[in-house]
Design a protein around this ligand. Sequence first.
Ligand SMILES: Nc1ncnc2c1ncn2[C@@H]1O[C@H](COP(=O)(O)OP(=O)(O)O)[C@@H](O)[C@H]1O
Ligand SMILES: [Mg+2]
Length: 481
Amino acid sequence: MEGTFLNNMENDPSEQMRKLKESIEMIEELFDNAYHGMVLVNKEGRIVKWNYEKLLGIKEEDVLDKHVQDVIENTRLHIVARTGEKELGEIQKIQGHDMVTSRVPIIKEGKIIGAAGTVMFKDVKELKSLTMKMETLMSTVHKYRGEIKKFYEAKYSFDHIITKDRHMMYLKEIARRAAESNSTILIQGESGTGKELFAHAVHNASLRKYGSFVSINCAAIPKELLEAELFGYEGGAFTGAKKEGKLGKFELAKGGTILLDEIGDMPLEMQAKLLRVLESREFERVGGTHPIELDVRVIAATHEKLEEAIYKGAFRQDLYYRLNVVRIDIPPLRERKEDIALQTAYILESLANELKIAPKKISDEALDILSAHDWPGNTRELRNILERALNIVQGEVIQWEHLPEYLKKYKKMTGEVAEESLLLKDMVAKAEIEGIQKALRACGGNRTLAAKKLGIHRTAIYKKMEAYGIDLAIWDDCKNK
Ligand SMILES: Nc1ncnc2c1ncn2[C@@H]1O[C@H](COP(=O)(O)OP(=O)(O)O)[C@@H](O)[C@H]1O
Ligand SMILES: [Mg+2]
């Protein structure tokens, strides 16, 4: 049961929300059915309404206008009709059973006109078994809630952002301060520079940390589905929709934070909708009829320079201003070379922990190679390379041989600069590698666009990347994120 739950959980958290709702509905139903009838008396204690036939085997016509004391043992309903003081959940012995009853006065225009009695449980034992059922249900509800929270949890804090670069430290400080407010944050940076990391850290440092952290990649979701993903939909809102409807990310993030990743790829119509939502602080589900209050902090991230997208007409300027309240522009790793050694040490340590292996070091020679590379995939690329190296290294130290082919070209350039090849073919190769990486970077890893920029055919870029060992995985990884 637990295993199945966890599996489903990973596939479809909204399925778990549905289960949660079902549990609550069950509790409600239990309560509804717990009432076993009702009797109404006037202020003299005479019966005016009776539906205890099933419970006590006495018909209404036989008791109407009789005094309640003559019909029900141990009743106090006539007293409540006089004092006006309600008695809830009292145990009353009727026909040999300890029944759980409630008595409330009926008041009209400030005057007591009678009283109503109900039997909530035919026997205290019934109440005990219901209590037990409820406890089981409540603990299940609790468990589900915990699992859902875990799924939508921000894992990282500011301590996980490793840097000794002054500008990065300044950005961390800005983000830390922004975390305390509810302001929208726009994070810009190349793939793998830690945009998501920053978003997690902000959430965890904010008052919203007990709420969910929900992330959505605007580039990965087809245009037609994006609105329903963001705002949810009512049952039967469109063909193919689940009949019970679906919660949107904005609702899932209620009380927490939403990360709109790759916002630069959001279609223009959605941009307009998002702007309206951010301005009115409310939204509607697709097919919905009532507005829902927006109770989330919005963090937007993009690898693109939105200013350029605005210039090209692909991004709305008004939305840009609305998002750009606090701005974090993360510099690429190649502009903070001193972070490479620091991050390498940190990543090696955390990978060793994760993979449960003994800690490994890296040789100076290998580190020099890493420092010479220009890191188009930034820290994500560094992490991939180190993970790969850990998988092949035999001893305790990662050497330059354990680095991928495409980095080995830096070996000659480091320490032995004088020996740098002056062969024309080597110089051409070097220029080509740099050019291809630059183009890939500008296009966020999209090879077709990069080829276009370079003025070569799509198949040519594939061939050259393979020949030079330019890592496809780095770019694939960025896009799958
Ligand atoms: N400054 C940093 N310190 C430590 N790890 C980092 C840093 N920047 C990025 N990373 C790591 O690099 C990987 C990519 O980061 P991520 O936040 O997903 O980047 P982005 O969203 O910008 O593509 C993650 O494993 C992340 O933990
Ligand atoms: Mg990302």
